[in-house]
Design a binder for this molecule. Structure first.
Ligand code: PEP
Length: 259
């Protein structure tokens, strides 16, 4: 499979950090630091409370805006929840679905994630579906089984024609926020598995065109070797996306720099 026939995407997940002002400052610094003619895509996912202002700060750039989560409901008595239409109104084109912190801390099941993914597609939002195994699952050789359950659970009921925009982020739970990233081989291996699974569930064409990001302790000093893997189409970056300098180095990973 030809390397990087898919447009690369470097995405920052800011988690529960930053006031609106801090978010705008960070977004503006990143916007100003992306080199003209940059060949890939850049995305940021601030907190809900910062979305409107970050969208305004990003105007005039190609940087994409994502929410970190959303409800599967369109509107109604769902205190504390944020609807797909509301994040679109705030300027989002993309949304993270099923981040491991949503799964493990907030108890989101594959059924809930399936409903959120369907809602994102219904509203014309690009879902970034996050999947990944825990350390215990990896050590007991259950990685592929977990990935298969999470991907097929999230996509159950969806038809191939609905999924042309779908992005999957492989994020091994043991690598998120721990400083311990997957090796490039481990990432490539999981990405190939997910791509083949998408081919089996849908079609080789859908699988070939689908972008799969790696997430889990991506930093300036490991991004180049991870991005060099043929089936790694981008990165979902947590901690290292909170400082403009470091995130800009990740954005300008070696392969893009040398293009
Ligand atoms: C994430 O939040 O998706 C993530 C990968 O975090 P970190 O880069 O901090 O491991």
């Amino acid at each position: 499979m030809a390397s990087k026939m898919r447009k690369t995407l470097i995405a920052g997940n800011w988690k529960m950090h930053n006031t609106a002002k801090e978010s705008v400052d960070l977004a503006s610094s990143v916007k100003n630091g992306v080199r003209p003619g940059y060949a890939g895509q850049v995305m940021m996912a601030p907190s809900f409370t910062s979305l409107h202002q970050v969208a305004a700060a990003l105007k005039g750039s190609d940087i994409l805006l994502a929410a970190q989560d959303m409800s599967w409901e369109d509107k109604g008595a769902f205190t504390g929840a944020v609807a797909p239409g509301q994040i679109k109104d705030a300027g989002c084109t993309h949304v993270l679905i099923g981040h491991s912190e949503r799964r493990s801390i907030f108890g989101e099941s594959d059924q809930v994630i399936n409903k959120k993914l369907a809602a994102a597609l219904r509203h014309g939002l690009v879902p970034v579906l996050c999947v990944g195994e825990t350390l215990a699952e990896r050590e007991s050789q259950k990685t592929y089984r977990v990935l298969e359950t999470q991907v097929s659970g999230a996509l159950a009921g969806r038809k191939a024609e609905e999924l042309s925009t779908l992005i999957i982020a492989y994020e091994p739970v043991w690598a998120i926020g721990t400083g311990k990233n997957a090796t490039p081989d481990q990432a490539q291996d999981a990405h190939i598995f997910i791509r083949k699974l998408a081919g089996r569930l849908y079609s080789p064409a859908l699988a070939d065109g689908m972008r799969i990001l790696y997430g889990g302790s991506v930093k300036a000093d490991n991004v180049d070797e991870i991005m060099a893997q043929p089936d790694v189409d981008g990165a979902l970056v947590g901690g290292a996306s909170l400082k403009a300098d470091g995130f800009l180095r990740i954005i300008h990973f070696q392969e893009v720099i040398t293009k």
